[in-house]
Ligand binder design. Structure first.
Ligand code: GDP
Ligand code: CA
Length: 313
């Protein structure tokens, strides 16, 4: 079994590559829940859904989130009331959130509900929320001269990740606990891969759960990261900008430094080959290759190289 620490789009693309070369049932995804939010009374788990919809071949390929062949009648009708429509939820997608919310209200865990949702989409990869507890990413920005707290979605969607961020808090991380399933996956995986996801917004919330960070350190030999930063820029989204704002180097070297306590290897893009020596000096093995997953073939090739690096298969 291999485990993947995962955010949304970057992780989903990579996982789609892994499942082309491995039995999906041998793959466990440990998903970020820091982006989760209640909208219109419904519990939304964006990263979990992006991974499930992608692996279920149901993702909207244009946006990388939401379902393909989606309609927007509910959002239109909500707009007619002057309701809040900045966070777009498609008609079919809404059913997922209604199902999840109802199941939560009837006492089921997010882990169990995620299993039911992935089964409905025919996904055999085991998708696990990092925790069943409430963990939320909050960003603090200076807007109009004063500090404002933004929820993840307010920052990412409403403000299009434009505000300069001063600090990030992973709310409730000191009391959140990993699930039994996540602990077991980290302890027993033959290989643990940190997906090319946003280090501060997708991976750090998982690491903010202290027992997870601790057990990852004991598995350092078996942990490989893939850099989401290529040639100093994020493929998509605010990863590089945010790293810079918070004092990290916005490069594959900065990513390696961020993960150095618990990774023994990193895959960086061939465009970043000049960073190899500096990363090796951190006692991290470096593999350079094409990491831009423009199509499923590249994703599968990347996955193959990651497995080979740690002699899995
Ligand atoms: P989100 O939760 O949907 O924002 O997605 P993730 O955190 O999983 O992924 C966002 C990160 O994925 C960004 O920092 C991108 O730079 C990175 N990313 C997206 N596509 C690729 C790719 O093809 N290759 C690499 N190396 N990184 C990618
Ligand atoms: Ca996300």
């Amino acid at each position: 079994m291999i485990a993947i620490l995962s955010g949304g789009v970057g992780a989903a693309r990579f996982a789609a590559g892994v499942t082309q070369i491995m039995e999906p049932s041998e793959v466990t995804i440990i998903s970020n829940v820091g982006d989760d939010e209640v909208m219109h009374g419904l519990h939304i788990s964006p990263d979990i859904d992006t991974v499930i919809y992608t692996l279920g071949n149901a993702i909207n390929p244009e946006t990388g989130w939401g379902l393909k062949d989606e309609t927007w009648r509910v959002m239109e009708a909500l707009g007619d009331y002057g309701g809040e429509t900045w966070f777009r939820l498609g008609d079919k997608d809404l059913a997922t959130h209604m199902f999840r919310t109802h199941m939560l209200a009837s006492g089921k865990s997010l882990t169990k509900i995620t299993e039911l949702i992935r089964q409905r989409w025919g996904v055999e990869v085991n998708v696990l929320p990092a925790t069943n507890d409430r963990l939320r990413t909050k960003l603090y920005a200076e807007i109009d001269g004063r500090e404002q707290e933004l929820s993840f979605q307010e920052y990412f969607v409403r403000h299009a990740h434009e505000p300069e961020i001063k600090r990030i808090v992973y709310e409730n991380s000191s009391s959140a606990l990993p699930t039994r399933e996540v602990t077991r996956a980290i302890e027993t995986a033959e290989l643990i891969i940190v997906a090319p996801s946003n280090p501060l917004l997708s991976i750090a919330p998982i690491l903010s759960i202290a027992p997870i960070a601790e057990s990852l350190k004991t598995r350092r030999d078996r942990i490989v990261a893939i850099s989401p930063i290529i040639a100093g820029a994020a493929v998509k989204g605010p990863a590089a900008k945010l790293m810079k704002e918070l004092g990290f180097m916005p490069s594959a070297l900065g990513v390696a430094q961020f993960y150095r306590d618990f990774i023994s290897a990193i895959v960086i893009d061939e465009k970043d080959a000049d960073l190899k020596d500096q990363i090796s000096a951190l006692n991290i093995e470096v593999l350079t290759t094409n990491t831009l997953m423009t199509d499923p073939v590249v994703s599968a090739q990347l996955a193959q190289q990651v497995l080979k690096l740690k002699k899995v298969k």
